[in-house]
Write a protein that binds this ligand. Structure first.
Ligand SMILES: [Zn+2]
Ligand SMILES: [Zn+2]
Length: 218
């Protein structure tokens, strides 16, 4: 029997961030960008995991903007994990209190990673694995997670349905983002489903045809 990654989406916090739980038939799970913001959202995540008898073995962040890390400490403490990120995203995590303050949020000291990911690495859980792509431009340290077998990728805030991530925040760079998308996302199979950090899913094929920021890259 071939293994099959299942994907569960939550939309959390006033930032409406997409939080994903990936899991397979072994019950091992990865939590991607836990954005749970209050006890109700924490419980929603935990209930889903419990109801499906899932055990998170990994917490990864597509990048470390405040909306994508709001639930990091909760998930880490609940399941005995440390976040796993790209090293270039470390300053955002260390300065989360300061960034949160911009939005009027009181953010505690964030639990820091002991392990880092880079382009070409694999993340593994159960019998499954996904390939790590480094796609900076929206923010330093931005990663995508790609399944070649099942033709889908979690793309963080690099690309959205018919749009792209903003590049006006610290470490954002428009040219870098366009290059990341062109080199590492549009080169995926046309039928690949893209699950962004906000909003609904799309495909490589659809973005090649309809994304106004990517004209001429086909
Ligand atoms: Zn972001
Ligand atoms: Zn975001």
């Amino acid at each position: 029997m071939t293994t099959m990654i299942q994907l569960k989406l939550f939309v959390f916090s006033p930032f409406q961030v997409n939080t994903f739980v990936l899991y397979d038939e072994t019950g091992e799970a990865v939590v991607v960008d836990p954005g749970c913001f209050d006890p109700r959202e924490d419980l929603e995540l935990v209930h889903f995991l419990n109801d499906n008898k899932l055990k998170p073995v990994l917490l990864v962040n597509t990048h470390t903007h405040i909306d994508h890390i709001l639930g990091n400490n909760f998930v880490c403490q609940k399941f005995g994990l440390k976040p796993v990120i790209h090293r270039a995203g470390l300053p955002f995590l260390k300065n989360a209190g300061q960034y949160g303050g911009i939005y009027g949020l009181k953010i505690p000291d964030m639990i820091l990673p002991e392990r880092f990911l880079d382009h070409g690495d694999l993340i593994s859980f159960g019998k499954s694995s996904m390939r790590v792509l480094y796609t900076p431009g929206h923010a330093d340290g931005s990663l995508c997670f790609h399944s070649q077998e099942q033709l889908f990728a979690l793309t963080g805030d690099a690309i959205f349905f018919e749009s792209i991530g903003r590049t006006d925040l610290p470490t954002g760079n428009y040219q870098t983002l366009i290059r990341s998308i062109r080199d590492h996302i549009l080169t995926l199979d046309d039928e690949t489903w893209l699950y962004p950090g906000h909003g609904h899913e799309t495909t490589v094929k659809h973005e090649k045809a309809h994304n106004p920021f990517l004209n001429g890259f086909e």
